[in-house]
Design a protein around this ligand. Structure first.
Ligand code: FRU
Length: 730
């Protein structure tokens, strides 16, 4: 849990300090501590980065915690930094992560504090040993070579603490009368120094000088001394860092709170320049030693002043930088605005052009349409007028003829034909008038075209039906059409050769077909109640009517209409207007080419007359399959009941779900024989088989195959096979 929290905190500190500029180089800065000295250095790094294009700095502060610093460096690396600047909290604990980073190919600059790693790219620092040593010498002069000194060291394990201590001790070796009474372990913070001194103070006597490894430690010690009641005279206090500014060591010396300090240079600018030299492949110094100087009451004022001046200049620079950044931001915003405005303007222009073009096109199309409509109107008007002339020449002579004596002598059939002629000439005339009225813009409330259609149906002359004598044994046809004239016309041309039944829509047609089981059906397609396609489909699905050939008659002549027609199971398709000869030939052909079953008691083979090429095979195959099932059922029932001399056609029909007439017509249509003939043929075939396979007598065989007498069996046998039953055995 705590680990996760630390990691989150680490990331937060890293991310929050990583800027989002256009980046060429991302430089990670891992600070061991967070204090004024570090803040000053970070500010210098930041300021310097402004002078270089595309540099982004990612800061992380470990607050004197080595574990945290390791985590922070790892996350800086995972952020994709190009270079790492690190102030190691301690010499050894940070070595491994520095090795790791360097090995991953990221250059590492170690600054100010040393590391055990040897894999860093460059090192930059002031000389901490020298600072300790110089401070020792200065202390000796301040104590006139004699006195008691208290040392407050930096964080154990950090290189400046070790080196400053060594320098200090070595410098005082030449002054045997100066005694370092105690070296207290601090950690660079004021609090730690305060606490440690407060704790040790009662054991100490007459301390003349306190040397803190940094100014903050010296101040902490001073506070502890000041608070102690047993101290009569405050010792001298010396520190290191010598920062400029109001809280810096220089001011503390100037204000006599410290007796000396040593400038520990931050040099953030130099550090960044070194980093960029490395990144951009320029020559650089591997080890850089920064120069430094002691701050004493004598030079503190001057140093403070020049420090203030530098800070002022830096502040002004900062203001300038902010302004420049604001201007830059404004410029960027303006650029974006300009681009956006330009895009909107271009988009609007494009839209305007598109709309304008569309508008032009619409105008053009409209004018073309108007032109076409005008041309169409002119064409129809012209053609309608043209049609009137021949029509007048039909109507006139017809009306004349009807008033002559010859007309009165016409046969009823011809008289009916004449009536049809007159009625349809009138209808055509009416249609043309309607067309002309429409074109001239007169929308009369008169009859519609369909009304004219019905009108003709209602005008049907009933007296004209079934007038011609039909030959005996003629085939029966069912004509289904809603147009009374067509019905009359078809009846007139067909009733001489066929028995005719009529129906005026699909539904009525179905009922008629079931009742009469005609030999062929002629049907219109467009009809009320049930159209011809549905009607045909139902005819072919019905066991009673499925064998009946259907001719569809229609005004529609597109290919897909033919396909539709054939899909409904039609056997032929004739388009209007049709010639009488074509229709008769097609009917004749279909009836002649009916696929009659030969003797079903033999091979069950179909009498395969050649089908008309135009007629769809697959429909016939489907029909044959249905018929096959029907015949199989018929055969099976007959064979089972063969010995029953009482077996009647009624019983067979009932078994197959048909009426006697329906069975008769269907069997006749399929086989050319009557059911009674077929039943006899079955009995004889069975008898013939028994004659050759058994030793039974003719009489026995006759009775067992359902014949009422052997004599009748013998007669029928002779009629069927041309020989007497006895001769089979010979
Ligand atoms: C800043 C600091 C200084 C000290 C230096 C030693 O973090 O503590 O006060 O001189 O580090 O590395």
């Amino acid at each position: 849990m705590t680990k996760a929290f630390i990691y989150f905190f680490v990331l937060l500190t890293v991310f929050s300090s990583c800027g989002g500029k256009k980046t060429k180089y991302k430089i990670g800065i891992s600070q061991c501590s967070g204090d004024v000295w570090r803040n000053k250095q970070n500010a210098e790094l930041d300021m310097e980065s402004n002078f270089h294009e595309g540099v982004t700095l990612c800061f992380a502060t470990a607050y004197d915690d080595s574990r945290r610093q390791i985590l922070q460096i790892d996350s800086l690396v995972s952020l994709g930094i190009d270079l790492l600047i690190v102030a190691p909290n301690q010499v050894e604990s940070i070595s491994e992560v520095i090795d790791r980073t360097a090995e991953s190919g990221i250059p590492v600059i170690v600054f100010e504090r040393k590391t055990g790693s040897t894999k860093y790219t460059a090192f930059m620092s002031a000389d901490n040993y020298e600072m300790g040593f110089q401070m020792g010498r200065y202390v000796a002069t301040q104590l006139f070579n004699k006195g008691r000194v208290l040392e407050i060291k930096g964080l154990p394990g950090s290189s400046p603490a070790t080196e400053r201590h060594e320098g200090f001790v070595n410098a005082l070796k030449d002054f045997p009368e100066i005694e370092i009474v105690a070296s207290v372990e601090g950690d660079w913070t004021q609090e730690k120094a305060y606490n440690e001194v407060k704790h040790i103070l009662p054991q100490l006597e007459n301390i003349d000088l306190v040397f803190g490894h940094n100014d903050r430690s010296a101040l902490g010690a001073r506070k502890a001394f000041e608070e102690s009641s047993s101290i009569k005279k405050l010792p001298k206090f010396c520190g290191i860092d010598g920062l400029p500014g109001k809280d810096g060591g220089i001011k503390l010396v100037r204000d006599s709170l410290l007796d000396a300090s040593y400038i520990y240079p931050t040099c953030g600018d130099k550090l960044l320049i070194l980093a960029l030299d490395i990144l951009e492949g320029r020559p650089y110094q591997k080890e850089t030693l920064l120069s430094s100087a002691i701050v004493t009451p004598e030079n503190a004022s001057v140093q403070y002043m020049s420090g203030e001046e530098i800070i002022n200049q830096q502040n002004r620079l900062e203001i300038l930088r902010n302004k420049a950044e604001n201007y830059l931001q404004e410029l960027t915003n303006q650029k974006a605005m300009t681009i956006m405005t330009a895009s909107v303007v271009i988009l609007l222009l494009v839209m305007m052009v598109v709309v304008y073009k569309y508008w032009l096109q619409k105008i053009r199309i409209n004018s073309e349409r108007e032109k076409m409509a005008q041309q169409q109107l002119e064409f129809y008007t012209e053609i309608s007028h043209q049609l009137r002339t021949p029509l007048t020449l039909i109507e006139g002579p017809l009306s004349r003829l009807s008033s002559t004596d010859e007309f009165k002598k016409l046969s009823p059939e011809n008289s009916e034909m004449f009536t049809i002629l007159c009625r349809n000439a009138a209808r055509l005339s009416e249609l043309i008038n309607r067309l002309l009225e429409r074109q001239s813009g007169k929308h009369s409330g008169e009859l519609s075209f369909s009304e004219i259609d019905t009108m003709t149906v209602q005008n049907l002359n009933p007296a004209a039906q079934n007038i011609v004598k039909t030959p005996e044994n003629a085939f029966t046809l069912l004509i289904v059409d809603d147009n009374a004239d067509i019905l009359t016309y078809l009846r007139t041309i067909l009733s001489g050769s066929y028995n005719i039944f009529e129906a005026s829509d699909g539904n009525a047609g179905l009922q008629k077909a079931e009742k009469e089981v005609p030999d062929l059906i002629i049907s219109d397609i467009m009809m009320p109640v049930m159209d011809g396609l549905e009607f045909c489909r139902r005819i072919k699905e019905n066991i009673i009517t499925s064998h009946i050939p259907v001719i569809l008659l229609t005004a529609r002549s597109l290919d897909e209409n033919f396909v539709e027609g054939f899909q409904s199971g039609a056997d032929a398709y004739i388009t209007k207007p049709f010639s009488q000869d074509l229709l008769l030939a097609r009917i004749d052909n279909l009836l002649k080419n009916r696929r009659l079953l030969k003797n079903i008691w033999e091979n069950n083979a179909y009498n395969s007359n050649k089908a008309e090429t135009q007629e769809p095979q697959q429909n016939n195959e489907k029909t044959f399959a249905t018929e096959d099932v029907f015949i199989q059922r018929f055969k099976a029932f007959v064979e089972k009941n063969l010995s029953n001399s009482e077996l009647s056609v009624e019983t067979i029909a009932a078994e197959l779900g048909l009426s006697r007439v329906q069975l008769y017509r269907k069997i006749k249509a399929l086989t050319g024989c009557t059911p009674v003939d077929l039943l006899r043929k079955a009995r004889l075939a069975c008898g013939k088989e028994m004659l050759s396979l058994t030793t039974k007598s003719v009489s026995e065989i006759a009775y067992s195959t359902g014949f009422t007498s052997p004599a009748y069996f013998t007669k029928c046998f002779k009629d069927e096979y041309g020989i007497a039953p006895g001769e089979i055995r010979k």
